[in-house]
Ligand binder design. Structure first.
Ligand SMILES: Nc1ncnc2c1ncn2[C@@H]1O[C@H](COP(=O)(O)OP(=O)(O)O)[C@@H](O)[C@H]1O
Ligand SMILES: [Mg+2]
Length: 377
């Protein structure tokens, strides 16, 4: 087992002007489960392949433990990779697939059999050891691919979207199994996915990439509570955080008929940059519905005669059973914006009705209108 360090690691593909991975700095702890997440093309696979030795590193370095592996061939890195398509050999049985790397490494037959049987037990594959991959379900094939990595007892597991070929239900089950397995084995793992829910549920820490650049690396909790910029704010969380550009006023920002108090320091910082506006973010579950009598929470009314809060027109109500989400529109400074608001699933408003809402105190995020950087604490 080992730490993994990306030190300003850069990959520029031949013929490309911009790096696919740009000065990536990540320090992964021994035994940690790190998830690389981001939209398609952001450089996740490239980052993983650089660590695997399948892609040249054009700048910076990569360490596994205290070994500089930047220019080592893949076979000397002591890693095992699980690919999206599993890359199983169709003519070999499950047992042969799982033991193949050990056979190549010259491990004797008895030892191979023992390790394969151990891994099969962990992965619930014992009764399938003599089958060929084509006689397995998608989930079983996925487990064989995992088994192939496990038997090698590597220092690091690398996984590139290993669940993307499974149906939704199996994906959810399998992600729990993989996370549990990783914790039991304690092997440092770098896991790539484009699915932010997968990232948030599986990772000890999550690293968000965009255009080859690391946006934030943090625990799932911090990533959710304190996104470092507008990109992360919009990417992490489903339904996504509501983000609206609003003018700065005395004591806060104007949100419909309410002045939402936000940290003075954040506003001062924005004004120092010469911005008269900021982008305020509020997650769907962080709105309070203002009661009919106009009473709500401690937010100040901008206009004493108006109902506090923001009037949202309800366009669609999506009920998932546990939750209900209002997809609506509201006017911000003459512009109509879409908003998503979580409401009580036992008390859903009617389509076409109006709902007055306001962000709960302390549950807003403030970002610089220009740079998109987080301003609030
Ligand atoms: N072999 C390659 N040659 C040239 N460009 C590539 C190659 N592989 C990937 N890229 C480019 O590098 C960027 C990052 O790709 P990739 O790491 O595969 O992204 P992700 O896995 O996040 O979807 C993309 O713009 C992609 O088009
Ligand atoms: Mg990829």
């Amino acid at each position: 087992m080992a730490t993994v360090t990306y030190d300003k690691a850069t990959r520029v593909y031949p013929g490309s002007e911009t790096p696919a991975v740009d000065q990536l700095d990540i320090q992964i702890e021994d035994g940690e489960f790190l998830v690389l997440v981001g939209p398609s093309g952001c450089g996740k696979s490239t980052s993983l392949r650089m660590l695997a030795g399948l892609e040249d590193v054009n700048g910076g370095s990569i360490h596994i433990g205290d070994r500089d592996v930047t220019h080592l061939p893949p076979k000397d890195r002591d890693i095992a990779m699980v690919f999206q398509n599993y890359a199983l050999y169709p003519h070999m049985t499950v047992a042969q697939n799982m033991g193949f790397a050990l056979k190549i490494a010259g491990v004797n037959k008895t030892d191979i059999r023992t390790k394969v049987e151990e891994a099969a037990k962990i992965l619930d594959l014992t009764e399938y050891l003599d089958r060929k991959p084509k006689a397995l379900s998608g989930g079983q094939r996925q487990r064989v691919a995992m088994g192939r990595a496990i038997v090698r007892e590597p220092q690091v597991f690398l996984m590139d979207e290993p669940l993307s070929n499974l149906d939704a239900k199996l994906r959810v089950q399998t992600r729990t199994q993989i996370a549990g397995l990783q914790r039991r084995l304690g092997v440092t793992t770098v896991y790539v996915t484009h699915d932010q829910v997968e990232a948030m549920t599986m990772g000890d820490r999550v690293a968000v990439l965009k255009d080859g650049l690391l946006q934030q690396i943090d625990s799932p909790r911090n990533m959710y509570d304190k996104p470092a910029n507008l990109f992360v704010a919009g990417f992490i969380g489903s339904p996504a955080m509501n983000l609206v550009e609003v003018p700065i006023t005395d004591g806060g920002v104007k949100f419909g008929n309410s002045v939402v108090p936000v940290e003075r320091a954040a506003l001062t910082e924005a004004q120092n940059k010469g911005d008269s506006k900021v982008v305020v973010g509020c997650r769907p579950e962080h709105f309070a519905v203002v009661r009919e009598d106009g009473s709500s929470n401690a937010l100040a009314k901008a206009d004493e005669n108006a109902t506090a809060g923001l009037a949202v027109t309800v366009n669609v109500v999506e009920e998932t059973g546990a939750d209900a989400y209002v997809y609506g529109t509201a006017e911000f400074g003459g512009e109509v914006k879409d908003l998503v608001i979580r409401v009580d699933s036992r008390d859903v408003p009617e389509k076409g009705s109006k709902l007055n809402v306001e962000p709960k105190p302390g549950e807003t995020h403030v970002f610089a209108a220009g740079s998109g950087e987080r301003l609030s604490d």
